[in-house]
Design a protein around this ligand. Structure first.
Ligand SMILES: Nc1nc2c(ncn2[C@@H]2O[C@H](COP(=O)(O)OP(=O)(O)OP(=O)(O)O)[C@@H](O)[C@H]2O)c(=O)[nH]1
Ligand SMILES: [Zn+2]
Length: 201
């Protein structure tokens, strides 16, 4: 069985079986006391299956696929994209958590950099899976280090978890911040500079 915590960033798992997902939703409707054949629910299993296919699309993608475009611009200082909106599904309740990711890196000495949109695509690859926020943060950071051979990486994610706001403890508005810092960005001065750019509004 795949270890969910160390889930290999390069290895997408399983195919999405839409028919099976539909059947499961139909079962769930029956389990909660609903009639899946009533007018309003007739198309619901198919809709929910399509929604999950979309929300979990990252399971079929690898970070290598999206970080293909690289340029050699000779730029060797930090590149930071802020406020990348994310929606992911928490693996404990399969409820969304949503917020923003800030992704920065110091390119390799060769100046190998990627397109700015690719950083947002990379975030999507990992967000569109069943996740915990910590692992999402780590996987983005580690794949940038590995694939771009970056000298340093910082990833900060701020998110609100529906499982904490609409059920359970019911604390809407509570935000969780996670960070992953690698390589030269661990240096106190560089890290402080990155954090001040991230926090600047
Ligand atoms: N560390 C971490 N915890 C998460 C994340 N998403 C959800 N959780 C937490 O996972 C925990 C699961 O706890 P359990 O006690 O097994 O489940 P539960 O009975 O539904 O817990 P409550 O939410 O406290 O009602 C909860 O504390 C959630 O808040 C995440 O991304 N990271
Ligand atoms: Zn949860």
């Amino acid at each position: 069985m795949t270890d969910p915590v160390t889930l290999d960033a390069e290895a997408p798992i399983g195919e999405f079986d839409e028919k099976r997902a539909e059947n499961a939703v139909r079962e769930l409707l029956i389990a909660v006391g609903e009639d899946p054949d009533r007018e309003g629910l007739r198309e619901t299993p198919a809709r929910v299956a399509r929604a999950y296919r979309e929300l979990l699309a990252g399971l079929g993608q690898t970070p290598e696929e999206v970080l293909t475009t690289t340029f050699d611009l000779g730029h060797d200082e930090m590149v930071l994209v802020k406020d990348i909106e994310i929606v992911s599904l928490c693996e404990h309740h399969m409820l969304p958590f949503h917020g923003v990711a800030h992704v920065g890196y110091i390119p390799a000495e060769t100046g190998k950099i990627t397109g700015l949109s690719k950083l947002a695509r990379l975030v999507e690859v990992f967000a569109r899976r069943l996740q915990v926020q910590e692992r999402l943060t780590t996987q983005i950071a580690d794949s940038l280090m590995r694939i771009l051979e970056a000298r340093g990486v910082i990833v900060v994610i701020e998110a609100e978890h529906m499982c904490m706001s609409v059920r359970g403890i019911r604390k809407p508005g509570a935000k969780t911040t996670t960070s992953a810092v690698r390589g030269q960005l661990r240096d106190a001065t560089t890290r402080a500079e990155a954090m001040s750019l991230i926090l600047a509004r």
